[in-house]
Design a protein around this ligand. Structure first.
Ligand code: NAD
Ligand code: TYD
Length: 348
């Protein structure tokens, strides 16, 4: 019996983790703690929100008193921490938001857990979900391993790197039991259309320009979000204490090649003529501090925990496009209101 606090559960990856745990572990109580920022959306959890082992708490991780109350109310035994400001471009516009949520918020959560579990820290786990972006940029070759030095280049990755260091420090200093995973770029259903793949799907549907930064030759290692959730399940249950696991898709794509594949698949699904969507590609000014290449060596999680991706990129991308084409109401809801203002500020 566990009472697991999952933070950021109304966001993209968090909602998939919540769904997996609620369905797979009926004996666990799953407490979803989320502030419902622009990125948090309870519609992402409509299919499971009536489950008897699921509870939602609208709380900001900056509110230390509220965290204390929630730990006591639900007798929290473990934490899976995903709540974060997560978009690099927003971190360039507004770095302090990232310092507050990603660093101060994580330290608040660590303090609350340490204090609430102090009678026997050995019975509890604090799992921190992080990103491969903490390692900085790769050149043409090489892969990030768990021992690659941290070298973050954006305010987002700097704030995530700091949060990883705090988690490590709490394990060393206070003997809090922790684990960290650093994952590559995710894609899939419920992805907010500010990130490359859902933004471009939405723009292709609406025949709007596809804004490719710089020369388009930046490389990312893409992983289907449900495979990330499965990895989180394994790391949570079987990961070595106070250790780190890299999670990746073994799936590197240059942005422009990915965008062309997306255009082809969407032309087919929308019944448009071949090459129609590619005409929307528009090269625009580069993102400052843009990391050239990310790629993960996921050997450790594969050999120690037996994890590997279950779908190919072509399958995952097709499932993702189908989901967006079916869920136009979701897409219209998240792109109404402030989204237009953000879009204007970023791309006008
Ligand atoms: P997301 O932006 O979709 O969701 C973040 C969630 O956190 C939202 O529901 C939001 O409401 C909530 N949140 C934000 N600030 C909060 C606060 N102060 N208090 C409480 N809740 C708050 O993010 P995501 O893409 O699902 O990423 C989840 C985690 O995984 C993040 O920690 C991110 O760094 C990490 N990660 C993401 C990726 C990726 O490709 N998206 C890859 C590797 C790691
Ligand atoms: P993104 O989805 O923001 O993820 P991250 O920056 O965390 O890797 O971007 C993925 C890649 O796509 C990255 O190289 C930046 C690029 N990109 C564009 O070319 N145009 C865009 O409008 C966006 C959002 C991203």
């Amino acid at each position: 019996m566990k009472n697991i606090l999952i933070t950021g559960g109304a966001g993209f990856i968090g909602s998939h983790v919540i769904r997996l745990f609620v369905n797979k572990y009926p004996n666990y109580k799953i407490v979803n703690l989320d502030a419902l920022t622009y990125a948090g959306n309870l519609e992402n959890l409509k299919d499971i929100d009536q489950a008897s082992n699921y509870v939602f708490e609208k709380i900001n991780i900056l509110d230390a008193d509220a965290l204390k109350t929630v730990f006591a109310k639900h007798n929290i035994t473990d934490v899976i921490h995903l709540a974060a400001e997560s978009h690099v471009d927003r971190s360039i516009l507004s770095p302090l938001d990232f310092v507050y949520t990603n660093i101060v918020g994580t330290v608040n959560l660590l303090n609350t857990a340490k204090e609430f579990w102090k009678e026997d820290l050995t019975k509890h786990l604090f799992y921190h979900v992080s990103t491969d972006e903490v390692y900085g940029a790769l050149g043409e070759t090489g892969l990030f391993t768990e021992t690659t030095s941290y070298s973050p280049n954006s305010p987002y990755s700097a704030s995530k790197a700091a949060s990883d260091h705090f988690v490590r420090a709490y394990a060393e200093t206070y003997h809090l039991q922790t684990v960290i995973s650093n994952c590559s770029n995710n894609y899939g259903p419920f992805h907010f259309p500010e990130k490359l793949i859902p933004l471009f799907i939405n723009n292709i549907i609406n025949k709007k320009p596809l804004p490719v930064y710089g020369d388009g030759l930046y490389t990312r290692d893409w992983l289907f979000v449900k495979d990330h959730a499965l990895a989180i399940d394994l790391v949570f249950h079987n990961g070595k204490l106070n250790d780190t696991y890299n999670i990746g898709g073994f799936n590197e794509w240059k942005n422009i090649d990915l965008v062309k594949l997306l255009c082809q698949q969407m032309d087919e699904k929308l019944g448009r003529s071949t090459g129609e969507s590619e005409q929307l590609i528009t090269y625009i000014k580069d993102r400052p501090g843009h990391d050239r290449r990310y790629a993960i060596d996921a050997t450790k999680i594969n050999t120690e925990l037996g994890w590997k991706p279950t779908v190919t990129f072509e399958q995952g991308l097709a499932q993702t496009i189908d989901w967006y084409l079916k869920n136009t109401e979701w897409l219209n809801n998240v792109t109404s209101g402030n989204y237009a203002k953000y879009y204007e500020a970023m791309y006008s």
